[in-house]
Design a protein around this ligand. Structure first.
Ligand SMILES: Nc1ncnc2c1ncn2[C@@H]1O[C@H](COP(=O)(O)OP(=O)(O)OP(=O)(O)O)[C@@H](O)[C@H]1O
Ligand SMILES: [Mg+2]
Length: 260
């Protein structure tokens, strides 16, 4: 039995997290708290340490130091429970090309005791037409949606989505936004990364901007927007009277967004 979790506790608590690869310090004293029921965005330039942080929280990587508490549990002592409670979509998901969509999800479903119906999840990510097609024959965006379906099929309490909408067409992107909103409306928690500031503004209750492995700004998108001084933005931005989350990002990290 998975022990019930305390709704009043933060869904995720990260303190003093550090992870280095040889001479690269990927995560450098990162602190974070995500509340239960929140949609929380991790934003930041390429190489800022977002994926490394998320993968430590997912129990896939071990930190050099610091602590991580997920749904009131710790990976060292509660890994079995945690695997049942988390939904994970990796930035670069590699699924078996030879399996069909249905077989892939049936396989993932078998890992969980309280799983969702495979057909329902396939419907949810709009892959019904491809249900019996092999993964190898799916388009990039369809594979991406299948990866999200794999994260959902275990009926998770906390969903980690690492760039879930990268490469999706505008309609698929909006469908995924809807799916995330529905998931949140059930009182569940989402932690996502994105390079699309409009997406973060729309979806996230709070965002953290990460740079060089630690959080450099934290708040609701509106709080961060209100705090930016438009007169200091590089041209042609100063002509604008109000800022956007993208302006906040550029002004804080001093770099431009990845080309996509
Ligand atoms: N397996 C690895 N071996 C060596 N260095 C790594 C490894 N994984 C990540 N890094 C380095 O750690 C830093 C943080 O990488 P990470 O993938 O966490 O960034 P990110 O914020 O997710 O970036 P992106 O927006 O491009 O996905 C980068 O400098 C990266 O080169
Ligand atoms: Mg990443």
């Amino acid at each position: 039995m998975v022990t019930p979790f305390d709704n009043s506790a933060p869904a995720l608590r990260v303190e003093g997290l550090r992870k280095a690869y040889d001479d690269v310090v990927a995560v450098d004293g990162l602190n974070l708290q995500v509340l239960t029921g929140e949609c929380f965005g991790l934003l930041g330039p390429n190489g800022a340490g977002k994926t490394t942080t998320i993968e430590i929280c997912e129990g896939l990587l071990t930190a050099d130091s610091g602590s991580v508490e997920v749904l009131g549990r710790h990976w060292e002592s509660d890994a079995r429970d945690l695997r049942e409670l988390l939904g994970i979509q990796l930035q670069d998901t590699q699924l078996s090309e030879k399996l069909t969509v249905d077989e892939t999800l049936t396989l993932f479903q078998s890992f969980y005791r309280d799983a969702r119906d495979v057909g329902e999840v396939i419907d949810h990510v709009d892959l019904s037409e491809k249900r019996y097609s092999r993964v190898g024959g799916l388009s990039g965006g369809q594979k991406q949606r299948l990866a999200v379906a794999c994260a959902l099929v275990g009926n998770p309490q906390l969903l980690f989505l690492d760039e879930p909408t990268t490469g999706l067409d505008p309609v698929s992107r909006r469908q995924l936004w809807e799916l995330i909103s529905q998931f949140q409306a059930e009182g569940r928690t989402i932690v996502l990364t994105t390079h699309y500031m409009e997406e973060a503004e729309r979806l996230c209750d709070r965002v953290a901007i990460v740079d060089h492995g630690h959080v450099i700004a934290l708040g609701t998108p509106q709080e961060l927007i209100d705090a930016v001084d438009v007169s200091h933005l590089p041209p042609p931005e100063p002509r604008k009277t109000s800022a956007t989350l993208e302006d906040v990002f550029v002004s804080l990290t001093g770099r431009t967004l990845r080309d996509e």
